[in-house]
Design a protein around this ligand. Structure first.
Ligand code: SF4
Length: 367
């Protein structure tokens, strides 16, 4: 995927350090943003660095930003996040609006763990093994093609904020659930809903027949894709033990993209929106060890100085692809808009968009 973008004629190089210092870049963004006014809206995901978030007109998690994108009327939307989020924004904005991703190499390793060919092969494999109705649900962290797949096969998209509602809807419609690409969000959510681990199996696209026998597929309620977020795999149960040993009163709060044992060992778990809200509402003096991306953890620590907020991991888990969007890339996006030649424009093909929108609409209606 990276090579594709590197060689794309649309690839927009950032402003070079030999042209402008870091400080000058920030000044120029402030000035050009003011000049372009309402023509440009900047959306910033919570995992973006502070130098980017300061320019965001709206910040949020993927669900909040998708909802925001659907309401915008500005001709240009600069999406400071990763590729699948900009695709979602393109599908939800109106015809004629342009969605720009400052660095086309800002992808998501989890989204890359499932592609259309693999999902088509899995669908055939599962439906050959069982006659029970399977409803496919994809985490929003996936390509537009996979969103179109679930749209076409009566399924839905979900985010970490609404996963329980969407999975419950899917299991009312069918006997089985196929959940991709994040096995952890699927497993953690289904377990919270009362589905035992023995009723969940892993489909591994790299193994013959997905690594499952027909009997295992027939017996399962939930088929989880073998995907994960490398950032959230950095949190462990031994980190929880260490925090609790040194400071038993600290609340451990983690994202459901973390492994099952970590989520079970934590005091609380939920989406980024849930983590932010829980910390905001906590009384002065509260202590939180947070298991999610480090930019968000540091921002919360800087905002709520009357509470003690720190990363659960001593290694400070950073999403390196989110981190690719830096002020130099943002400034280059603004400059290209100003000259009337916007590039790094994300455009989803019409047929993929049509089926994806079916799934996105279902998600918005259910959640
Ligand atoms: S934090 Fe994980 S799931 Fe989110 S964009 Fe980064 S790699 Fe993808």
């Amino acid at each position: 995927m990276l090579e594709l973008f590197e060689s794309s004629a649309d690839y927009l190089p950032p402003i070079k350090e030999s042209e402008l210092s870091d400080e000058e870049v920030l000044k120029e963004i402030t000035s050009i943003k003011r000049e372009l006014g309402n023509d440009v809206v900047v959306l910033g995901h919570h995992y973006q660095q502070d130098d980017i978030v300061q320019f965001a007109d709206y910040t949020g998690d993927s669900l909040a930003l998708a909802k925001e994108a659907a309401k915008l009327s500005a001709p240009y939307v600069i999406f400071c996040g990763v590729h699948f989020m900009a695709e979602t924004a393109d599908m939800l904005t109106k015809p004629g609006q342009k969605v720009i991703l400052p660095d086309l190499n800002a992808g998501c390793s989890m989204a890359d763990m499932a592609n259309s060919e693999q999902i088509d092969a899995a669908w055939e494999r599962l439906n050959t093994a069982t006659e029970e109705k399977i409803i496919p649900v994809t985490y929003i962290n996936c390509s537009a093609e996979l969103k179109a797949f679930v749209g076409k096969y009566e399924g839905s998209i979900c985010t970490s904020s609404n996963a329980q509602k969407i999975i419950s809807w899917a299991l009312d419609k069918g006997e089985k659930l196929l959940f991709f690409p994040d096995q952890h969000l699927g497993r953690n959510t289904c377990f919270d809903m009362g589905i035992p681990l023995e009723k969940m199996v892993i489909y591994d696209p790299t193994k013959p027949k997905g690594g499952l026998t027909d009997e295992q597929i027939k017996d399962a309620k939930v088929i989880l894709w073998h995907g994960f977020c490398s950032v959230h795999q950095g949190f462990t149960t031994s980190q929880i033990k260490n925090v609790k040993k040194d400071s038993p009163e600290t609340t451990v709060i983690v994202h459901p993209e973390c492994r099952f044992d970590v989520v079970q060992g934590a005091d609380l778990n939920g989406s980024t929106a849930y983590i932010i809200e829980t910390i905001r509402k906590a009384p002065e003096g509260s202590k939180f060890a947070v298991g999610t991306e480090i930019n968000l953890v540091n921002r919360l620590a800087n905002k709520y100085t009357n509470k003690k907020i720190f990363s659960l991991s001593p290694y400070q888990c950073l999403c390196t692809t989110m981190y690719r969007v830096r002020p130099r890339w943002l400034l280059a996006s603004f400059k290209a808009i100003k000259t009337g030649t916007p590039i790094n424009v994300i455009k989803v093909e019409e047929d993929i968009k049509r089926d994806s929108l079916l799934a996105l609409d279902r998600m918005m209606t259910i959640s």
